[in-house]
Design a protein around this ligand. Structure first.
Ligand code: FMN
Length: 142
């Protein structure tokens, strides 16, 4: 079976829980499930926006995405699509976590000037953005 990756961005629904508790909960469940299903990837969060990159076997990541997409903790999901990949970019992480940092934010700000819908990345920026998430150090929640 061939490896694939998919990614999306979304907006956090902010009606409820403490942000740190919420991200901690998401990562706990995600890391446990992903480990058991050979899924790796990265979750990025900054200023109310999520971006997630997930890699693994196609039916597995697509069925996970179907579940994630209906999770009430976020909405306005912008799906960038699923593509085959020769290798895992996040092979050492069941779900790496990266918080807004200046390099990543710089990319987003550049993009926001060009595109009014701030949480959507265009294809060119997407590649640069994923590269930045590979280079970024992992953040601890607390
Ligand atoms: C932004 C975000 C990212 C998530 N990423 C994952 C993930 O990588 N793996 C995972 O198993 N669950 C992830 N979840 C949690 C799922 O949406 C869902 O709550 C979890 O899989 C449990 O599903 P269930 O309640 O249907 O059993 C994520 C949720 C959010 C809001």
């Amino acid at each position: 079976m061939r490896l694939h990756f998919l990614c999306y961005s979304s907006i956090r629904t902010s009606n409820h829980e403490n942000l740190l508790d919420e991200i901690e909960d998401i990562l706990k469940v995600a890391r446990d499930f992903n480990k058991r299903h050979q899924i790796t990837g990265v979750l990025y969060y900054s200023h109310g926006q999520f971006f997630q990159y997930i890699e693994g076997y196609e039916p597995v990541i697509e069925s996970l995405f179907d579940r994630i997409a209906v999770d009430p903790r976020h909405h306005f999901i912008h799906y960038y699509g699923t593509l085959p990949t020769e290798y895992r970019r996040f092979k050492d992480w069941s779900m790496k976590y990266v918080q807004g940092n200046s390099k990543v934010r710089e990319l987003l700000e550049r993009r926001e000037k060009e595109y009014p819908i701030s949480y959507e990345l265009i294809q060119d920026h997407l590649v640069a953005f994923i590269d930045e998430l590979i280079r970024s150090g992992e953040n601890k929640i607390r």
